[in-house]
Write a protein that binds this ligand. Structure first.
Ligand SMILES: Nc1ncnc2c1ncn2[C@@H]1O[C@H](COP(=O)(O)OP(=O)(O)OP(=O)(O)O)[C@@H](O)[C@H]1O
Length: 386
């Protein structure tokens, strides 16, 4: 139920407003002066406040300034008597949502309150959504290797040291890179990701360093590369093991000198970028096979983080399953399903690929196909072949 606070020293006005708003379905609290109103405001998060301007002790403007400082999302509507209209206009400039004149026109008052409450709930929804979108997903796991990885992230993130993250596809390398950025002093800067395997080798240089208009046939306008885009932040080079040797040479130069040159340009541009790289390949083997430059390997791998596959940290499986059960239920807008301990053991004993996405898909399938309680039978029928 939406809650409104009415602050007015005239009892008759308080009573009338309170009755009407109560009739309209709001829960209403009343305060006879600014001080009492302030105490109530501090104790409850109201959906809107109606506040008289002229009051003993704390007056309406003082209340407004405290309220906007404490919780700027709660709309405050001023009630102005004779001679305070100018003050009311001033209050709106200082952050009041609106004002109504005394005696209030009840229709107008109700519309104003409804609009204010709607605006407030939209603001709240937007905040929740933004938090959901922006938040980096937690690294789930309490196994020894995961605890070690979290510890390394805490130690390494605030430095500018380059990090090479290895592990199978879907093991969680990108998640580690995101946390390295999030916990670094560069977290207000951009995190720019490049999937080196997804870009054709003839385009990778222009992708990384940018190009000048006309520098090659399809370069119809100037383009800023990922190194420049990431300036002040972090550049995440994913699948670095798939980068061509000629691009490797240029990346090496950029790392050595802190400068890049756009394709087709003569001018060098200084870039302030921290590079984090990841690969599912064994880069040392690739250097032996002459597919990867050893000097670049050493430049990139100041700190090495290996993300082990699920089979090497089976203790984490129940935690991950529970997390996915909760996340997927939330996505579907359903209550979280329970899982029988025997079903959990069956999942834990399964021989997983290194890809955590596989486990998530399995949990999603179980949620869709099982009853309220996921049983070992469900796991056998729907998940584990053979
Ligand atoms: N420890 C973890 N806790 C929770 N979720 C995880 C964990 N590790 C990975 N995930 C999730 O699994 C998925 C795959 O992880 P991520 O993309 O980081 O892997 P990757 O190794 O970078 O994969 P790729 O090699 O395909 O780029 C993502 O949705 C990620 O959020």
């Amino acid at each position: 139920m939406q809650q409104i606070l009415i602050i007015d020293d005239e009892r008759a006005i308080r009573k009338t407003l309170s009755e009407i708003l109560g009739y309209e379905g709001f829960k209403v609290d009343e305060a006879a002066d600014g001080e009492e109103g302030w105490k109530l405001f501090c104790a409850t998060t109201y959906d809107a406040v109606l506040c008289d301007i002229k009051m003993p002790k704390i007056d309406g403007l003082e209340f407004l300034s405290r309220a906007t400082e404490k919780n700027p999302d709660v709309p405050v509507i001023m009630i102005s008597g004779h001679g305070t209209i100018e003050t009311a206009v001033d209050a709106v400039k200082k952050g009041a949502y609106d004002y109504v004149a005394k005696p209030p026109d009840l229709n107008r008052l109700l519309i104003t309150i409804r609009n204010a409450v709607d605006k407030n709930s939209l603001a709240k929804e937007t905040k929740v959504l933004k938090r959901k979108v922006n938040r980096v997903q937690e690294i789930i796991g309490e196994s020894e290797p995961i605890l070690r990885i979290k510890d390394t992230i805490d130690k390494v993130a605030p430095t500018d040291a380059r990090v090479l993250i290895t592990g199978e596809n879907g093991a969680g390398k990108e998640l580690v890179a995101r946390w390295l950025h999030e916990k670094s002093n560069r977290s207000n800067g951009p995190l720019v990701e490049v999937n080196c395997a997804a870009i054709p080798s003839e385009l990778i240089e222009s992708e990384l360093f940018g190009h000048e208009k006309g520098s090659f046939t399809s370069a119809i306008k100037q383009r800023i590369g990922k190194f420049e885009q990431a300036s002040g932040g972090t550049l995440f080079l994913d699948e670095i093991g798939d980068m061509s040797l000629s691009a490797q040479a240029k990346v090496l130069r950029a790392l050595q000198e802190g400068k890049i040159t756009r394709v087709g340009a003569d001018k060098e541009i200084a870039v302030d970028v921290r590079v984090i790289a990841a690969t599912n390949k064994d880069l040392l083997k690739e250097t032996e096979a002459k597919n990867f430059r050893l000097d670049l390997y050493h430049r990139l791998g100041v700190i090495l983080i290996h993300v082990p596959s699920l089979n090497n940290r089976k203790d984490d499986i129940p935690l991950l399953v529970n997390k996915f059960l909760a996340d997927i239920a939330e996505d579907y807008g359903q209550a979280k399903k329970s899982i029988d301990p025997a079903a959990m053991v069956a999942l834990q004993q399964h021989n997983w690929t290194g890809n955590i996405r596989e486990l998530r898909n399995v949990v999603e399938r179980l949620i869709i196909l099982s009853g309220k309680l996921i049983t070992a039978e469900d796991v056998k029928n729907f998940v584990l072949p053979g």
